[in-house]
Design a binder for this molecule. Structure first.
Ligand code: ASC
Length: 153
């Protein structure tokens, strides 16, 4: 394949993946339990990537720019996914009833989180530890804000 058509193909696939993640409405759950399991698992995977990145941002692990970039990219992609699993009738797990009672507030918190994960990925792409450190705190803050308001302990 010629380089030009190869890059066009790569671009088309990336665009498809991005729009799939961005619309985040690609799933139909067979039962509420599956939606709960889905969102909990996305958050679990997220916590593993966030923890790995956080160790570098906080100096608990040596900084590896490539590892940071890859983790942050995964976090950005994952950030779009959980929200489709909080549909009507999927109350339960650690989710507070406020998610459904104050949906606008929940959506806003989710959007803030997605925005900060995007900034975190952009910061990690620079390969500059100072930028990663600067973006990490605000990103963690959006995790915490949502947990404080919408997650049972
Ligand atoms: C993590 C993790 C969270 C967030 C939160 C940020 O690494 O598992 O739930 O960061 O502690 O305040």
């Amino acid at each position: 394949m010629r380089l030009k058509s190869l890059s066009a193909a790569v671009l088309a696939v990336s665009a498809a993946v991005v729009s799939m993640a961005a619309s985040a409405d690609t799933l139909k759950f067979a039962k509420a339990e599956d939606a709960i399991k889905y969102r909990q698992n996305v958050f679990f995977v997220t916590s593993q990537h966030f923890g790995t990145l956080g160790a570098m941002a906080n100096g608990r692990a040596p900084f590896d720019a490539e590892l940071a970039k890859q983790n942050a990219q995964v976090l950005e992609t994952l950030a779009a996914l959980p929200w489709q699993a909080f549909g009507a009738g999927t109350e339960g797990g650690k989710a507070k009833a406020e998610i459904w009672k104050e949906k606008a507030k929940f959506d806003e918190a989710a959007k803030n989180y997605e925005t900060e994960m995007g900034k975190l990925a952009a910061a990690a792409k620079t390969g500059d530890l100072a930028q990663l450190k600067a973006a990490f705190g605000p990103a963690a803050q959006t995790c915490k804000a949502c947990h404080d308001a919408f997650r049972n302990r």
